[in-house]
Design a protein around this ligand. Structure first.
Ligand code: CAA
Length: 258
């Protein structure tokens, strides 16, 4: 992989987007590499959670690679967006294990869209977040118009998108766009601690819970009904037997993840 680095630390896969000179902008090769890494991670039992982070101090990701799509036709633009959704952004959101975005510096356009696809966002206090696409004559195309409104509400999403303004970490935190703000030196540590915290719980239940939360945002899907079905399925799992047994025996559970 040329554009990303991967390291497993304490069952957490840290994926670093590694195009520092281009502020980690997402070109098609990087999207493909991230997509492959996620597919592998989904099936790797050693990996229990995933952190996405950008190389260097300046940016998480400064957006989709503008130089790559500047000459695209309308049809190519539509394909770029559709492929991005399928290969990366929906894949992150629908991962079977928690994905945490660790945001330092710029998270713009596709960069903020990538962070918004993750299940949890931690930002450093020097982070700058925004969807500047309309300033380029285009709109957010990797889920930004939908996920930003889901996270911060329609009013604030509209303002951010039509002004193309960046917001700082403090506002992002206040608006619910990021879960935590820490000093830059503590960014990875904080993301790892959240990852570690999830690892005490049943991976099967975590996956089912994440899918149930997300069901609310799927067209034509009834989130409550999905929750009821997923809740029932949990009763047939080994994790459920272990979790409830451990409670009754007053010990910590050892979830088999099945
Ligand atoms: N695409 C391609 N290259 C990018 C990039 C991007 N999104 N963002 C930064 N770069 C490159 C710059 O071109 C520059 O490369 P060169 O040295 O080869 O010229 C390098 O990264 C460093 O960037 P700057 O010199 O611009 O750094 P700066 O500190 O002066 O400015 C910045 C930083 C404000 C983030 C500025 O780089 C910027 O505005 N970047 C673009 C942000 C943006 O518009 N993102 C949205 C992209 S569109 C999108 O994401 C569409 C979608 O939803 C699918």
């Amino acid at each position: 992989m040329e554009n990303i680095k991967q390291e497993i630390l304490d069952h957490t896969l840290i994926i670093t987007i590694n195009r520092e000179k281009q502020l980690n902008a997402l070109n098609s090769a990087t999207i493909l590499e991230l997509s492959t890494a996620l597919d592998e991670a989904a099936n790797n039992a050693e990996v229990k959670s995933i952190i996405l982070i950008g190389a260097g101090e300046k940016a998480f990701v400064a957006g989709a690679d503008i130089k790559e799509f500047a000459h695209f036709s309308a049809a190519e633009g539509a394909e770029l967006s559709a492929k991005g959704h399928e290969l990366l952004f929906n894949k992150v959101e629908n991962m079977n294990k928690p994905v945490i975005a660790a945001v330092r510096g710029y998270a713009l356009g596709g960069g903020l869209e990538l962070a918004m696809s993750a299940h949890v966002r931690v930002a450093s206090d020097d982070a700058k977040l925004g969807l500047p696409e309309v300033g380029l004559g285009v709109i957010p195309g990797y889920g930004g118009t939908q996920r930003l409104a889901q996270l911060v509400g329609k009013g604030k999403a509209m303002e951010m998108i039509i002004t193309a303004d960046m917001i700082d970490a403090k506002d992002a935190h206040q608006w619910g766009l990021v879960n935590h703000v820490v000093e830059p030196e503590k960014l990875l540590e904080k993301a790892l601690s959240i990852a570690k915290r999830t690892q005490r719980n049943s991976p099967v239940a975590i996956n089912a819970a994440m899918k149930s939360v997300l069901a609310n945002y799927e067209d034509g899907v009834n989130g409550m009904q999905e929750e009821i079905k997923a809740f029932g399925r949990c009763f047939g799992t080994e994790d459920f037997k272990e979790g409830t047994q451990a409670f009754m025996e007053k010990r910590k559970p050892q979830f088999p993840g099945k």
